[in-house]
Design a protein around this ligand. Structure first.
Ligand SMILES: [Zn+2]
Ligand SMILES: [Zn+2]
Length: 138
C-alpha cells in the first residue's frame, strides 16, 4: 500500500457504524479478549515488545484481516502485541497509526513500518522466554 498502511481497507465491518453513524468501538472486543491479552503478555515474559519494560497493555496492530473482523480470534504476535503505557501511546501517534475516516472501527491499523517493529520485538522476546524453557542451564 502506497500510504504505508496495512492492506486491509474496505469491505470489513460495515455493521460497525450504527444508524447514527456513531462508530461502535465496542465491536473491536469479543468474549475472551482478556485471555488473549494475557496470553500475549505471557509469551514475552510480560515485557513490552518495543522497549522491554513491563507490559501493562495489549495493542491491536489491526482489527480486521482478509477474513474480516478479528475480534475473538486475535493471534498474539500476529494481530496483538504487549506494550508498556508509553509505547502504547507511541503506537497510536500520527507517525505509527493509520486512521480510516470511513470505517475507523475495523480499518484503523498500525503502519507497516511500526508493525515490523512490533513483530521484531515480539520474536526477540519470545525467543528469550522460550530459550529459558528449552535450555534452562544456559
Ligand atoms: Zn515500552
Ligand atoms: Zn493500541
Amino acid at each position: 500500500m502506497q500510504d504505508g498502511s496495512l492492506p486491509l481497507k474496505n469491505g470489513f465491518g460495515a455493521h460497525s457504524l450504527n444508524g447514527n453513524s456513531v462508530p461502535n468501538y465496542e465491536a473491536r472486543y469479543a468474549e475472551g479478549w482478556s485471555e488473549i491479552s494475557a496470553l500475549a503478555k505471557e509469551a514475552t515474559g510480560h515485557r513490552c515488545v518495543i522497549c522491554d519494560r513491563k507490559a501493562v497493555e495489549t495493542h491491536h496492530a489491526l482489527y480486521a484481516d482478509g477474513k474480516g473482523a478479528i475480534a475473538g480470534r486475535e493471534i498474539p504476535g500476529v494481530h496483538v502485541f504487549p506494550l508498556c503505557g508509553d509505547c502504547h501511546k507511541e503506537a497510536h501517534s500520527v507517525e505509527n497509526w493509520t486512521k480510516d475516516p470511513i470505517e475507523p472501527v475495523t480499518c484503523n491499523c498500525s503502519t507497516v513500518q511500526f508493525y515490523k517493529r512490533l513483530r521484531k520485538g515480539w520474536l526477540e522476546r519470545c525467543y528469550s522466554v522460550e530459550r529459558t524453557l528449552f535450555y534452562p542451564k544456559d
